[in-house]
Ligand binder design. Structure first.
Ligand code: ADP
Length: 501
């Protein structure tokens, strides 16, 4: 293959995408039971990048059987927590050693700028694995003094054990393909679960390459199984599977609701990290020299393909024009191009479907009376590029203000009274993130308390850390990823009670 690849391609990546990629089941790289493959595209050109085994129900069944056997009877369960932690750390080292290769793969498959993948996606993934490696030995229960009033005089020793939840199905999106795989795998492995991971059909390659490193690190067979395929087939089969104990999903709110229904059959545990329409509030007393580029990057980072993108920009009226012009100037400066070109800051959207979706929103907004201060259209003749866009003259009931666009499009709206901004910022079915820009520390923290969002950034945006929990209020999700909170998603508590003689 290799047809869609530019000359500066990394040699290991060229080799990796040259052959059809298989799926990882029980430590073996295998074809789909059906023998089918599906294409992964290069979004900068629209050409086929690689062919990948197309998993479906039968492959999911095989992978779940392998994960079940590894959980119930394999060496994984007998390993000490320290050995588990060391394996995760080893994986982090291997990933770090292959930073350049993963950055190329991510850039080619997803479209993002190589420099961003190199500086953000891969190092964040390495860091998260290290953070989770440390947790493996620190998952503790409690001793609990109990009174049992109906057995006067009796003495008990009671304690809790935190045990792995079991076989976990993990379904991930295409916006940060490697990082999302690691956000999911890290805590599952630290807690001693076994996994069937389904990467997004748009971007399966980095997860499959990570699978090779997982085997190289020495994880026992069946602990991590990776089955690429489409959502409606492989994803749905995994979410519904009766021998899966928990499903962890990151993606759209719409599909999140399908996952909840599918999980009801065996009442498997569910965690969801879903969409957002995050408010970004700039007060007139903010340091505008940081608030303006910060608000631009809040929406334009990763081409707006972030569930926490700052897509509703609220600006205090007296600085509205200055901030809008400033964000528009930032948008004009963004160099849009193929992810592999060295000066590219924004690549293409991930797929033709996303391009159509984002352009559909732009047309709807403009026809309803919104005005584009900058952008507003598809960019370039080839590939899935969209212009970074700032819309003004929008109303709260417009689709572009209410719905998640998942592209580089921000709606900028003025406000006059700081009291009015909380209900407006909270007027969303979502509640993933929010930001406030102000020099008034009391105002900032009062806002932080009142904003109904899982993350509130003050005078910054898109700050992520393995130690900081991330997740949604309202229809943005169930549960928290990262931090020690995530361990709750992958463990269950057993109460043990002994009567002392
Ligand atoms: P987006 O809208 O951002 O593409 P999706 O929510 O459609 O995100 O997809 C996120 C992940 O969910 C992908 O891995 C996709 O294959 C999977 N998926 C899509 N539909 C389903 C479904 N019905 N059941 C299970 N997984 C699904």
């Amino acid at each position: 293959m290799g047809i869609a690849v530019s000359p500066q391609i990394h040699p290991q990546v060229a080799e990796f995408i040259d052959k059809p990629r298989k799926m990882l089941i029980n430590g073996q790289w295998v074809n789909a039971a059906s023998g089918k493959t599906f294409p992964s595209y290069n979004p900068a050109t629209g050409e086929v990048l690689a062919k990948v085994a197309e998993g479906d129900r039968e492959d999911i069944d095989r992978a779940v059987r392998a994960a079940r056997e590894a959980f119930d009877n394999g060496p994984w369960r007998r390993m000490t927590a320290s050995e588990r932690g060391r394996l995760i750390w080893k994986l982090s080292d291997l990933l770090e050693q292959h930073t350049e290769e993963f950055a190329y793969l991510e850039s080619l498959d997803n479209g993002k700028a190589l420099g961003i993948a190199r500086a953000a996606d891969v190092p964040l993934a390495v860091d998260l694995l290290r953070y989770m490696a440390g947790w493996a030995t620190k998952i503790e229960g409690n001793t609990i003094p109990i009174s049992v009033p109906y057995t006067p005089g009796a003495k008990y020793l009671a304690y809790t054990l935190r045990e792995p939840v079991g076989v976990v199905g993990q379904i991930i999106p295409w916006n940060f393909p490697l990082l999302m795989a690691v956000w999911k795998l890290g805590p599952a492995l630290a807690t001693g679960c076994t996994v069937v991971l389904k990467p997004a059909e748009q971007t399966p390659l980095s997860a499959l390459r990570l699978g090779e490193l997982i085997m190289e690190a020495g994880f026992p067979d069946g602990v991590v199984n990776i089955v690429p395929g489409y959502g409606e087939t492989a994803g749905a089969a995994l979410a519904a599977h009766s021998d899966v104990d928990k499903v962890a999903f990151t993606g759209s709110t719409e599909v999140g609701k399908l996952i909840v229904h599918a999980a009801a059959g065996n009442l498997k545990k569910v965690s969801l990290e879903l969409g957002g329409k995050s408010p970004n509030v700039v007060f007139k007393d903010a340091d505008l020299d940081t608030a303006i580029p910060g608000s631009a990057s809040a929406i334009f980072f990763n081409h707006g393909q972030c569930c926490c993108a700052g897509s509703r920009l609220y600006i205090e009226k007296s600085v509205f024009d200055k901030v809008v012009d400033g964000v528009a100037d930032e948008a004009k400066k963004i160099k849009v191009g193929s992810g592999l070109e060295p000066d590219t800051q924004m690549g293409p959207l991930v797929s033709e479907e996303q391009l159509q979706r984002v352009c559909g929103y732009l047309e709807a907004g403009l026809s309803e009376g919104a005005k584009a201060v900058v952008g507003g259209h598809k960019a370039k003749d080839r590939g899935y590029f969209v212009e970074p866009t700032v819309l003004i003259d929008t109303r709260e009931n417009m689709k572009v203000v209410k719905e998640e666009i998942f592209g580089p499009v921000v709606t900028a709206m003025p406000f006059t009274d700081p009291e009015e901004i909380i209900p407006r910022a909270n007027d969303s079915t979502y509640g993933l993130a929010a930001a406030v820009w102000t020099r008034d520390i009391s105002k900032a923290h009062r806002m932080a308390e009142q904003l109904r969002a899982g993350t509130v950034w003050i005078n910054c945006y898109n700050i992520f850390d393995a130690a900081l929990p991330f997740g949604g209020y309202k229809q943005s999700g169930w549960g928290r990823e990262m931090g020690h909170d995530v361990l709750n998603l992958y463990t269950q508590t057993k109460a043990v009670c002994t009567k002392l003689g």
